[in-house]
Design a protein around this ligand. Structure first.
Ligand code: HEC
Length: 486
């Protein structure tokens, strides 16, 4: 890794850009890097040249929702997975976590308030600073990079066609501390565990959280009439399960980048999606206030312009809107999985969410975060199977994020096996037949590239002691560990 640090000693109070570029050793050649913002202390403070972090990671807050607590005991969650009433508790719990994640953290960056999740650390943040240095470490909250999942170790090809979504993986302070303490982003450390015949990395402590927020950047050069951006929105799954990337949705809304004030909690969609904006109407146009969003800063824009073709032309000051966010919590051994995505009429979101799920939104969930739908996968099958020694029987449980998984086809999900859905035998090998927990249960570090190792799949049962893990190191469900280890 090559590090360029530039300090301006002539003006110690001025904000300076510091860039750390990781050279081209990234997974599948993707550019991964970090842009840091630093402030040097005034010389007369007695701490000259000490870099001050502009904000610190804030733990998950209590949103004070009646009946919601975090974390919930594993036994309680396991009981939830076994009854229809329990499913309601699961949906409510997911809404509580979402509300807590999107609360104002009290921290700011360049004068902009940050939501709790924005303050959390990315793998690059963790790799570039020890915990002791954290408070003195300059960071920016939202450094957009292309995703590993879409091109992970060369396995998942980009199925989104013209891939334009960007994002990052993030960890709460508890998970970040666990990664640091066990050096989990070190290939050498992982290999040492394998050599010592460990079958898994040390388990993350119970309340850990991990995230994958995904943004659509509204490139100014792609705006119609210099203000409207066409955003594909999820129309619900296709009748027959097929790969269904956003380019096939044929449903969109228009984001008015000049309207920062109007809240609209239910509105129309555009089914023509004319590139010239001729199908845009007031009903299918939404102001920025309906989206969690931020402005791309100069250094991140420069970085993205150097990455793949799709991200060329992003400029400083372009808005980025949150279209999707995956969330995992280690309240249970198999983690809880929930995913959130922007939807035009949040009272009536299509599958894999539902109007019934939307009805459970707490009153505390207000503003832009209320414009998102969710699904949850706290189990892979219904009735649920045990962690080990179970069978691939029962009703399939589907939960996927339209912006991330819907485009996947059978070749992206090589470890799929058939299952049952509504009494029929189904292949469970395309994105709309996936289940977060099934694919994450397979997560392993596989330095010998054993072809027998568990791999990406659609919804299925996978026992945590499946013999196919032999020769690999299980990574406690987090694909981002082998994906980022160097
Ligand atoms: C086909 C496999 C697959 C499916 C299905 C899948 N994921 Fe992931 N997920 C990945 C991979 C691979 C990564 C690592 C991405 C990276 O490092 O950029 C990841 C990363 C994540 C992360 C970041 C931390 C980590 O490493 O786990 C979260 C949280 C997450 N996914 C949640 C979800 C949720 C919620 C769903 C279901 C809605 C889901 N995932 C469905 C493969 C999958």
């Amino acid at each position: 890794m090559k590090t360029h640090l530039k300090f301006d000693h002539s003006n110690k109070t001025k904000l300076r850009q510091i860039r750390i570029f990781c050279s081209a050793t990234m997974v599948a050649g993707l550019l991964s890097s970090q842009t840091l913002q630093a402030q040097t202390m005034p010389a007369d403070s007695g701490k000259s040249n000490v870099i001050v972090s502009s904000f610190k990671p804030v733990p998950l807050q209590d949103p004070k929702i009646p009946g919601y607590t975090y974390p919930v005991a594993a036994d309680t969650i396991t009981a939830w997975t076994k009854s229809p009433k329990g499913q309601i508790e699961i949906q409510k719990h997911a809404w509580g976590i979402w509300t807590a994640l999107t609360l104002n953290s009290g921290e700011t960056y360049q004068g902009q308030p940050l939501r709790v999740f924005e303050t959390w650390e990315t793998p690059d943040d963790i790799m570039t600073a020890s915990s002791q240095a954290l408070m003195n470490k300059p960071r920016v909250p939202n450094v957009l990079t292309p995703f590993h999942q879409l091109n992970h170790a060369g396995l998942l090809k980009t199925t989104q066609g013209k891939e334009t979504v960007l994002g990052f993986v993030k960890y709460d302070p508890i998970a970040a501390a666990h990664i640091r303490a066990n050096n989990l982003f070190s290939i050498a450390a992982l290999n040492k565990m394998l050599a010592a015949n460990e079958t898994s990395i040390p388990a993350f402590p119970a309340p850990s959280l991990s995230l994958k927020p995904v943004f659509q950047t509204l490139k100014s050069k792609n705006l119609v009439q210099a203000r409207y951006f066409q955003l594909s929105v999820w129309p619900g799954p296709p009748k027959t399960p097929v790969p269904f990337p956003s380019s096939d949705w044929k449903t969109c809304v228009w984001i008015d980048t000049q309207d920062t004030g109007t809240e609209k909690l239910s509105g129309g969609v555009d089914n023509k999606c004319a590139a010239d904006g001729s199908s845009r109407t007031a009903a299918n146009t939404y102001g920025l206030k309906n989206f969690i969003h931020f402005k791309v800063d100069a250094a991140n824009a420069e970085l993205l312009n150097k990455s793949t073709e799709n991200f060329k032309g992003i400029a400083a000051g372009d808005y980025s809107v949150l279209v999707a966010m995956h969330v995992g919590s280690r309240e249970i051994t198999e983690w809880t999985w929930q995913s959130f995505w922007w939807t035009p009429a949040p009272d009536l979101p299509p599958a894999p969410s539902s109007a019934a799920i939307a009805k459970l939104r707490p009153a505390a969930l207000q503003g832009a975060p209320r414009h998102y739908a969710h699904c949850a996968a706290y189990q892979t099958l219904s009735p649920p199977q045990p962690e080990t020694g179970g069978k691939n029987v029962g009703e399939s449980v589907y939960c996927y994020n339209p912006y991330l998984e819907a485009g996947f086809g059978p070749s992206d999900l090589p470890d799929s096996i058939p299952g049952k859905y509504k009494g029929q035998t189904v292949a469970n090998n395309v994105g709309v037949q996936t289940n977060c927990m099934s694919c994450h249960a397979a997560a392993n570090f596989n330095p010998k590239n054993l072809t027998t190792a568990p791999n990406y799949s659609g919804d299925r049962y996978l026992g945590l002691n499946d013999p196919r893990f032999k020769g690999t190191l299980q990574v406690d469900f987090l694909w981002s560990i082998p994906g980022n280890a160097k």
